[in-house]
Design a protein around this ligand. Structure first.
Ligand SMILES: [Zn+2]
Length: 412
């Protein structure tokens, strides 16, 4: 078997896909169930059919393109990612794993490979949380991490439900039918840009992901007492913002105290009420994101955060209420699939390193129903979710080659 990657064709396809965008180039904005999303999906499906794959869609809009193996009754091996893009993003996040997955299949076809297991390309609905405030609803539903109540619960900013939006985008049927059983796939590979600087900095073309960090996110509501910025004396104050500030700093301290490079915590939202220069803040809202590849360590940070909330409440005479928005468990990648990819890199003399993914991906949820592994490729300056996001033809091509080797090995 000697497959080669058609990097010119793949790069043209990535460019075409990027044109389905509400933002002008080089920016890409593609929100799930928008007109642009619809056109992008049609383009991907058309390209899959052109490669002789049979296409199926589920009620959530997850799309499956299958290359039938010689023993199609066996669980298939799958690869895939997403094509939705947050506002003002770039053209490589997710799309490299979808169109690159397709190119990997075509490379195997050109090389005359006849897989025993079917190979399936999966396009997941909405990896990004843009529309519904929750990332990965497609892969969550697929893996049973979200149930059919999401149909009414998930709503966009205009109050339109998932049911309404998916139905008008042409995806009807019951959400309960989306779930796939454990064992449906024998393995799942996801090719993705690193979205970090390590591979480029070290000059290593391939990262093999050993674990995927998962976020826990909380909303913290602080209620104190407001008043006139001049008239209210300092000893009488119950300033909600200052309590919130102490909580945010305590989060940083707790994260650093784990001593682990893989523990990160961010207070990305701080809203102060009434938000006037001459008024003592009476209310503050924080939104906090804590991530780790080790669930127990992440939970220790959450425990320290909750102690900080109690302390701030006691010392400043304010009330503090916390609301857990989401807490997904992190995932470990499959040791066997890591070995498969290590051999693939060695066979092709491609330098590689093992690393963790600090961003979450659809693989985090696929790990609930199948062994998973991710292949990272470098992106320029580690930049992602920006119009200047860039991965070179060569970098993508190397990733696709490793993916193709991996798919072929598991499907053989
Ligand atoms: Zn992505």
């Amino acid at each position: 078997m000697d497959q080669t990657v058609d990097s010119g064709r793949l790069s043209t396809e990535l460019e075409r896909l990027a044109a389905f965008s509400t933002a002008p180039p080089p920016a890409v904005t593609r929100v799930v169930f928008s007109e642009e999303d619809h056109c992008a999906r049609e383009y991907v499906k058309w390209s899959c059919r052109e490669a002789g794959l049979s296409v199926r869609e589920d009620a959530a809009g997850n799309t499956f393109a299958r290359w039938a193996g010689s023993e199609p009754e066996l669980p298939a091996v799958a690869t895939g990612s997403h094509i939705d893009a947050i506002a003002n993003a770039g053209r490589y996040d997710g799309t490299v794993g979808v169109l690159g997955g397709l190119e990997a299949i075509r490379a195997l076809q050109r090389a005359g490979v006849r897989p025993r297991r079917s190979i399936e390309l999966v396009l997941f609905s909405a990896e990004e949380p843009t529309r519904f405030g929750l990332g990965c609803f497609g892969s969550r539903l697929l893996s049973g991490c979200l149930d059919e109540t999401a149909d009414e619960k998930l709503r966009d900013k205009d109050g339109r439900s998932l049911r309404e939006l998916r139905t008008s985008a042409g995806f009807s049927g019951e959400l309960s039918s989306v779930r796939l059983p454990e064992g449906h796939y024998t393995g799942f590979f996801e090719l993705h840009i690193e979205q970090g600087p390590l591979l480029e900095r070290e000059g290593v073309p391939v990262g093999l992901v050993t674990a995927i960090a998962a976020p826990a996110s909380l909303r913290i509501l602080v209620e104190g007492g407001g008043g006139h910025a001049g008239g209210m004396l300092m000893p009488d104050r119950h300033d909600a913002f200052l309590a919130a500030a102490e909580i945010a700093l305590a989060l940083e301290t707790a994260v650093k105290a784990t001593g682990a490079i893989d523990t990160v915590g961010t207070t990305g939202v701080c809203e102060v009420f009434p938000g006037a220069i001459n008024s003592v803040p009476s209310r503050a809202k924080l939104e906090v994101d804590v991530r780790d590849i080790d669930e127990a360590r992440r939970d220790s940070v959450l425990a320290a955060l909750s102690q900080a909330c109690e302390r701030a409440s006691r010392q400043r005479g304010v009330s503090v209420r916390t609301e857990l928005l989401n807490a997904d468990p992190p995932a470990r990648c499959s040791a066997e699939l890591l070995e498969v990819l290590t051999s693939a890199c060695e066979k092709r003399s491609i330098p590689h390193r093992r690393m963790v993914s600090r961003a979450y991906h659809d693989s985090l949820f696929m790990a609930r129903i199948a062994p998973v592994v991710m292949i990272f490729i470098p992106c320029r300056n580690g930049v992602s979710h920006r119009p200047d996001e860039f991965a070179s033809k060569e970098a993508i091509s190397t990733g696709v080659l490793v993916l193709a080797e991996g798919l072929a090995a598991v499907a053989a």
